[in-house]
Design a protein around this ligand. Structure first.
Ligand code: ZN
Length: 423
């Protein structure tokens, strides 16, 4: 068993919030708290490739290292930046974990990913047996819940209606480049919520959003920030939280979502800011924290009404709605929590992501068959299509510019003509 350096604890330790809720939970002493999963990122250098090619490592690293570093194209530089530099000790642990799962035949290609494996290891304090147990339950749950196909199979038509009685949503990125998630839990109207959806459908919706975050939001943020992004900065507005928030269905929803997030999406929370915490909430918080693990608790900042300054330290006002002290209103989308604004909506990033994911599939196939597959052709065709679309846009712009020039000439002639008539 490999236990990571205790020093990590200091890096993310709470600095204490303005409202005086910064005390550490007593149980946190028994667990390590790690820095954000992206922390080891440094600008990639030529040395990275050499290190990866020459490194020893076990069977895991030799056979199963994803082929990211062998891709020769411009995209490989971006991929390397997105992958980030790995901490050698963590990498060693991941290699061992990978080898263990592989030898047991329990490592689906889809999850043979450094950061996914690392998240499970960290959640179980680098106890590989415990991490394996957690990982296997995760695979089983994905099968039972049909998580792999949820984005295709599940349509949440009531999204807009749900957001009206349960205000929440992703909104922009923090200064580091992580997506921001906001929830105004005090404004939840559970009776209305249950009129427009069911608890079961809401949980499914939550899972589909988690999948979107992992497969689209994080990679898009990574492309934009040109570094590895794999966690969320969350803001929970608890203004007006009352007993209604603790009714039976509310408790069910909270527990169910909390269970799914901590068991199957571990280590994806960067920090959680609880804002507008009044005296009532602070009493409830004391009870609530008993349900949260030490690792999660260490990332939570409970703030009263004077939260704007702390939020602005890590988030630009343009990415904060006005109700959180920023200057964004997203009027064209009917409000910030309806907009889902962020790099994941940028068409260029979406196109790049599509090309990159199809090249991943290509390399996965090559790994299995040892041959270049038809997917490589498909990949090339997609790039070609993109280039053609770009060329077409250029042509259109040129045509517009020509038309503009023509108009100018005509106008000039016309002016001359008018002047001739006058004289
Ligand atoms: Zn906005």
């Amino acid at each position: 068993m490999y236990i990571s350096k205790k020093g990590f604890k200091d890096i993310i330790a709470l600095k204490g919030s303005g409202s005086g809720d910064g005390e550490h939970p007593s149980s946190s002493k028994t667990k390590n708290v790690y820095p954000p999963i992206e922390s080891f990122w440094l600008p990639p250098s030529a040395a990275d490739t050499a290190v990866d090619a020459s490194k020893g490592g076990g069977l895991g690293s030799k056979l199963l290292q994803p082929l990211r570093f062998r891709i020769s194209s411009k995209r490989s530089n971006l991929k390397m930046a997105m992958e980030g530099r790995h901490d050698p000790k963590e990498e060693e642990a991941v290699d061992r974990f990978r080898e263990m799962l592989f030898l047991d035949g329990k490592l689906p290609t889809k999850f043979n990913d450094y950061h996914t494996l690392l998240r499970f290891l960290r959640m179980r304090d680098f106890d590989t047996e415990a991490a394996k147990d957690m990982f296997l339950k995760f695979i089983k749950w994905r099968e039972d819940f049909r998580t792999d196909t949820i984005s295709k199979d599940f349509k949440f038509e009531e999204r807009e209606e749900v957001k009206k009685c349960y205000p929440h949503g992703f909104h922009g990125v923090d200064k580091y480049g992580r997506p921001i998630y906001i929830e105004r839990i005090g404004m939840v109207d559970l009776n209305k919520l249950l009129q427009v959806t069911t608890l079961e459908r809401f949980v499914k919706y939550h899972v589909s959003e988690q999948e979107k975050t992992l497969s689209i939001r994080y990679p898009s943020c990574s492309i934009e920030a040109k570094k590895h992004i794999a966690s969320t900065t969350s803001i929970l507005d608890v203004g007006a939280v009352g007993m209604a928030n603790f009714s039976k269905p509310a408790r069910y929803l909270f527990t169910e979502i909390q269970k799914i997030d901590s068991n199957y999406y571990p280590e994806t929370l960067n920090r959680l800011f609880i804002v507008n915490a009044g005296s009532g909430f602070k009493i409830l918080w004391k009870a609530l924290r008993a349900f949260l693990d030490a690792r999660t608790l260490a990332k939570i900042h409970v703030l009263g009404n004077n939260f704007a300054h702390e939020l602005r330290e890590i988030i630009n006002p343009s990415n904060l709605p006005t109700f959180l002290g920023g200057n964004c209103i997203c009027s064209e989308n009917g409000g910030c929590l309806f907009s889902d604004k962020g790099p994941w909506n940028n068409p260029e990033i979406q196109a790049l992501l599509q090309v990159m994911s199809s090249s991943d599939e290509t390399y996965d196939n090559e790994e299995e068959s040892g041959l270049a597959s038809e997917d490589a052709l498909l990949d090339n065709r997609k790039i070609q299509a993109l280039e053609e679309a770009l060329a077409e846009t250029k042509t259109k712009i040129e045509a517009l510019e020509t038309a503009l020039e023509d108009t100018k000439v005509i106008l000039k002639d016309l002016t001359q003509h008018i002047e001739d008539l006058r004289s």
